[in-house]
Design a protein around this ligand. Sequence first.
Ligand code: RET
Length: 241
Amino acid sequence: MDHLFLLDATMAIAKTDYVSFTFFVGTMAMMAAAVFFFLELNNTSKEWRTSVLVSGLITFIAAVHYYYMRGYYAETHDSPTFFRYVDWLLTVPLMCVEFYLITKKAGGTIGLLWKMILASVVMLVTGYWGEAVAPAQATLWGTISAIAYFYIVYEVWLGDVKKLATSAGSAVASANAALGWFVLVGWAIYPLGYLIGTADGQWYASFKNIGIDMNIIYNIGDAVNKIGFGLVIYSLSRKAA
Ligand SMILES: *C/C=C(C)/C=C/C=C(C)/C=C/C1=C(C)CCCC1(C)C
């Protein structure tokens, strides 16, 4: 593979292959975010260091997966479903850890953390099943996944996470509210991708006509949610020093 070939391939990506383009930009964005969070650890007060470290881990894990997904997609033009879900299985539980870390001082328990992690694992394993193993039953598996998703939304907006964040003081409460918007609106991007990607033969077959590739939607969702989530934690670490 010589230089010119690579250049041609890169130009083609930039001009017409929007899916590859978002994999490429996603890789760079996750890498940059991970470097940022890691380097900022030094200027972060002890109290918030673990939270910012976890933001770095989330974006670092995503950067590695995006590197592989980008290559897999470039070579096969197939959805890298397996890498995608392995990435989510590692990073979404770490997002639950962020909720635990910011509410810990106000009494956040490991029990609550495990409930959130369990819900996220149910959400993702059933989503994977509907996408990759039993797409004929995508409606059923997507519905189970959505129930687990709404449990997480409930905890953050109205349940124990919300109560603990409120008693932890105004900085944590407003960070929790911001994270709550990511969970409610930012995470809702993913079921939209799922509906498009699994539409064949389902009652929502017309979702295919939206004409946006599932991977573009997932890639946008990941950039918004992983980097945005991390920045909310980062700004909390500056406000509540
Ligand atoms: C960094 C990755 C994140 C925040 C991934 C989040 C993924 C979801 C919230 C996925 C949710 C799904 C449903 C609610 C129903 C359909 C299946 C899923 C897995 C796409």
